[in-house]
Design a protein around this ligand. Structure first.
Ligand code: HEC
Ligand code: HEC
Length: 277
């Protein structure tokens, strides 16, 4: 009998010991679970962003000029944008609010041709509340990179190409042109990812921009000054309003590329576009 009591006591003490050890490990384990949850949330947010937001905000959230503002940018994280729109709450609340409810009315001083859609189901959008949370986590995860300057679009350094389409350009590199187009200039955003500008890639009976350029400058109704495919592309970029592609509007294509591109940038972009037959 005594031996049984002693054994019971021992088992009890051992149990307490185990519980103490588990309890000591608990905060560590909870932090681990939280980290894993956040990582999964950011991953989910990344694929939702890719599918729903990239066409307007760009592949890395760097924005597309005249389509939607940059989200991966220092002013969103350093408080200056919240101050500019007069929002007194926290950044997560701001981002969540805009993503869920959209911006049916454009903010003061902006003239984006399309509205920011409402995404939250409570506002008639397609996404559940946990999906909106995942998008917010993904956008907020850009903070360190944006503040370090990694999110900003490229700024021109050195002389720019200007608007004279008869100047000689250096030999172009189509690979570099592709990278420029997919980067902060936003060309691919409007011409490949979203149907904001004329599509560059061939589809069905429509040829790609490379073939179209060969034909366009010789076609009836063309109002520009180009007399080669290269000059046509050059002109389309530095003087978009010289000729408006039928079915599209003037002033959507940014008008300031002549002052933002170097001669090499222009040559590389032309080489890339010509390669898209
Ligand atoms: C049809 C184009 C379009 C799509 C698609 C789109 N947005 Fe926007 N978004 C905009 C425009 C335009 C604005 C600026 C609205 C304004 O200020 O009037 C904006 C603003 C925002 C802002 C506020 C930025 C600021 O500077 O105040 C956030 C955050 C945002 N969008 C996130 C998203 C997310 C996340 C998605 C995907 C679920 C998304 N957007 C999809 C066009 C779009
Ligand atoms: C905000 C959207 C937008 C961006 C960014 C943009 N474009 Fe455009 N682009 C348009 C629109 C809209 C048109 C059609 C109206 C016109 O002809 O000017 C157009 C027309 C063109 C054309 C003539 C198209 C054709 O089918 O003949 C070329 C070439 C072109 N863009 C090249 C570029 C390049 C290169 C860049 C980046 C340096 C760029 N675009 C950035 C919207 C955009």
């Amino acid at each position: 009998m005594k031996a049984q009591i002693a054994l019971g006591m021992l088992a009890f003490l051992a149990l307490i010991g185990v519980l103490v050890v588990v309890a000591i490990g608990e905060p560590e384990r909870m932090a681990e679970v939280t980290r894993a949850f956040e990582a999964r949330q950011i991953e989910t947010g990344a694929s939702l962003f890719e599918a729903n937001c990239r066409p307007c905000h760009g592949p890395q959230g760097q924005g597309i000029q005249a389509v939607a503002p940059a989200l991966n940018a220092p002013d969103l994280f350093d408080g200056s944008r919240l101050a500019a729109v007069g929002f007194g709450g926290t950044l997560p609340d701001y981002v969540r609010g805009v993503v869920a409810a959209g911006r049916p009315v454009p903010s003061a001083g902006t003239n984006y041709p399309q509205r920011m859609p409402a995404w939250g189901q409570e506002y008639g959008g397609p996404l559940r509340s946990d999906q909106v949370d995942a998008l917010v986590a993904y956008v907020l995860n850009w903070e360190a990179r944006a503040l370090a300057g990694g999110g900003a679009p490229p700024t021109p350094s050195g002389p720019t190409v200007g608007a004279d389409i008869t100047v000689a350009l250096p030999p172009g590199d189509a690979q570099r042109g592709k990278a420029l187009s997919e980067g902060g200039l936003g060309c691919s955003g409007c011409h490949i990812l979203a149907p904001v500008g004329p599509a560059w890639l061939a589809s069905g009976t429509e040829p790609g921009i490379g073939t179209r350029a060969e034909q366009r400058f010789q076609a009836a109704g063309y109002s520009g000054k180009a007399d080669s495919a290269e000059q046509y592309l050059f002109e389309s970029v530095v003087a978009p309003n010289a000729y408006i592609e039928p079915g599209y509007q003037a002033n959507i294509m940014p008008l300031n590329f002549a002052d933002r591109l170097s001669s090499q940038d222009m040559a590389d972009l032309i080489a890339y576009m010509l390669s898209l037959k």
